[in-house]
Design a binder for this molecule. Sequence first.
Ligand SMILES: Cc1cc2nc3c(=O)[nH]c(=O)nc-3n(C[C@H](O)[C@H](O)[C@H](O)COP(=O)(O)OP(=O)(O)OC[C@H]3O[C@@H](n4cnc5c(N)ncnc54)[C@H](O)[C@@H]3O)c2cc1C
Length: 440
Amino acid sequence: MPTYKIVILGGGNASGYAARALIENGLKAGELAIITEENYVAYERPALSKGYLVGAARLPGFHTCVGGGGERQPPEWYGEKGIAYLTGSRVTKADLATKALTLESGEVVSYDKLIIATGARPIFLTEFKTPGADLRGLHYLRDVKDADALVAAMAATKEAGGKAVVVGGGYIGMEVAAGLAANGLPVTMVFPDERLMQRLFTPQLAAVYERLYEGKGVKVLKGVKVTGFAGADGKVTAVEYVAAAGGEAQQLEASLVVVGVGARANVELFAGQLEVAAGGIKVDGQMATSVPDVYAIGDVAAFPLTSIATGDVSYVRQEHVTHCRLSAAQAAKAVMGLSPAPYDYLPFFYSRVFSLSWVFYGEAPASTTPLHFGDTEEAKTFGCLWLGAGGQLVGAFLEGGSAEDAALLKSAVAARVAVAAEGLDTASSAATLAAIKAKL
Ligand SMILES: Cc1cc2nc3c(=O)[nH]c(=O)nc-3n(C[C@H](O)[C@H](O)[C@H](O)COP(=O)(O)OP(=O)(O)OC[C@H]3O[C@@H](n4cnc5c(N)ncnc54)[C@H](O)[C@@H]3O)c2cc1C
């Protein structure tokens, strides 16, 4: 049975960064194996809903760590470093007591230390027994296989003059809808919320993006609950829905449907073997789980996060690439015995749709007052500040703007600067950012 000093289970976004960080911290050739179900070594997953859909991104162009400004690590890179990368290898059993992982092939790999990086998977509508959810033509987007299927379906739908529907108004739904529209497909977005990205966007922010989408020909159907899918010959032909407030059932013609309604952490392999929290694997500030020599990183890890707004600590999962990169670096240090300072994470999200690009740092709690700035009519550079007690900045959103502007807002949120709303020239994003800079 092959035994490695370290095994990373899951070869997704976080694993590529973990491999790099392990090497930076003294890993030697022959000490690491990465085991993954996918047929590819680690890549920057966010590209799948952006460049991939418009043909601008294809492997090997976006292997980690290019998204974080690092070296691209194609399969050869791992070979040169003496890392065994087992692609196309699903782990079907993880025995944390005997430190043994069983692959679908029956092969058993054992380890001294394990880093769990199994990520997350989409929430499938079949889980809710939504009628018609198993029809062909319904797509989810998590990996290259899904993205290839979607690209092929887009081309076929376009050729047949068909219509596309996106179920979900979060960032996956928004990015996919933009990708479908950029490919010339008629697109309708449907979701039960009152507005796009309801968990983050204020009504004013959402209105800007909704206007943009409508301008690009995307219909945005809000406050709508999907009740099922109609089909013919096993293939979807329509999405059935009712208004969230109730009323008559209605249908939307659709030969291509993309569902983006959230994700679940892949924790089942470890059921009953370690502590869980927030739907993920509970870790401490070193990314160590409740089982000795076992660590977890990326989407699957539930780590202690101190709220910027309240100072309270709670266990959270973050399905974002910056957390997956930073938690990978943190675990690599811990695994190599370097006892890093506890993980200190500032929540950060970003997205790119059409020619727009936004960033968000911190939190946007309902208890705070959002203060909008910039020109939302022109929709080039604008944003929002979430101000807590005493004008303390706890969250900042920026559309457009430079990398320096984003870095400024990140520092300001991290420092929880006090912003005086009165007297701030919020009509101008430049003046607002300058006023914040003066506080740092
Ligand atoms: C379409 C899309 C767009 C995104 N866009 C953004 C964005 O714009 N900004 C942002 O911040 N974040 C974005 N994200 C989120 C980001 O990609 C994730 O946070 C990141 O991929 C998490 O990395 P991970 O390594 O934890 O998990 P993953 O990248 O999901 O990797 C997990 C890997 O483990 C493998 N695996 C799971 N179980 C097993 C098993 N039993 N045996 C073997 N292998 C297994 C999986 O096949 C997968 O390869 C996006 C995600 C998606 C899906």
